[in-house]
Design a protein around this ligand. Structure first.
Ligand code: HEC
Ligand code: HEC
Ligand code: HEC
Length: 147
């Protein structure tokens, strides 16, 4: 009985170790996460990393209206012609990233964090899957509804 139990404990530990190993060996996640918007209308051409805008991070902090109505962000990845002059002038990201509402513009790398060459997109968007730019993901069975 005693041995039986400790065997089971040991089996459980081995299984756990296996799981930890599997997780450790899993491919590193892509930089952008689900729902992030990658903005790259100008970045590659200007020699800076594309911008990763963590949409959900912002959505839990502000109402849609703040950005999409008051600040005039169009509902389209890459649909706003943003540049640094406008940001420093207090438009778009610069309405908040001014050292007042949020950290300011000199933190280049916090916004310009995308992998060079990543096109403008909503990371893991349905459209991306439909157009099949992400072949392996498109081949995989469709995940259950996400929201
Ligand atoms: C709050 C976020 C944010 C910060 C901080 C930021 N940028 Fe940007 N930047 C953007 C966005 C958004 C764009 C538009 C990206 C695109 O369309 O490719 C952009 C575009 C650019 C561009 C191309 C367009 C242009 O204006 O010439 C350059 C170069 C650039 N940034 C450099 C910098 C440098 C250097 C810093 C730090 C001093 C910086 N950025 C900080 C968000 C930011
Ligand atoms: C802090 C500002 C901010 C808030 C708050 C915000 N958004 Fe956005 N949203 C953006 C930016 C920036 C983009 C990308 C625009 C670009 O690439 O030029 C975007 C893109 C989008 C898009 C197009 C990309 C996509 O995911 O399909 C939709 C739709 C959208 N937002 C909906 C919403 C809704 C709904 C809410 C509220 C629940 C919301 N947003 C809140 C800033 C914001
Ligand atoms: C309505 C205000 C607002 C706008 C507009 C806005 N941000 Fe932010 N952003 C914030 C706040 C507040 C934080 C949290 C700051 C902190 O933690 O000190 C933040 C944090 C971030 C972070 C860090 C997220 C993290 O995981 O810590 C990034 C990256 C970022 N913003 C990029 C952008 C870019 C790019 C734009 C424009 C496309 C933008 N933001 C527009 C308010 C805004």
């Amino acid at each position: 009985m005693e041995t039986n139990l400790s065997n089971r404990v040991r089996a459980a530990l081995v299984a756990l170790a296996g799981l930890a190993l599997a997780l450790a060996l899993a491919p590193a996640p892509a930089h952008a996460e689900y729902g992030d918007v990658v903005i790259n209308n100008h970045s590659d051409a200007a020699g800076v990393r594309p911008v990763v805008f963590p949409h959900w991070f912002h959505r839990v902090r502000f109402r849609c209206k703040v950005c999409h109505s008051d600040l005039g962000f169009k509902f389209q990845a890459g649909g706003n012609d943003i540049n640094m002059v406008k940001i420093i002038d207090g438009q778009f990201c610069g309405a908040c990233h001014n050292g007042n509402v949020a950290w300011s513009v000199e933190n280049c790398d916090l916004c310009h964090s995308g992998k060079p060459g990543t096109p403008t997109q909503v990371h893991e968007s349905t459209i991306q899957k439909l157009v099949g730019t992400n072949a392996p993901a498109a081949a995989a069975p469709a995940p259950a509804a996400k929201r």
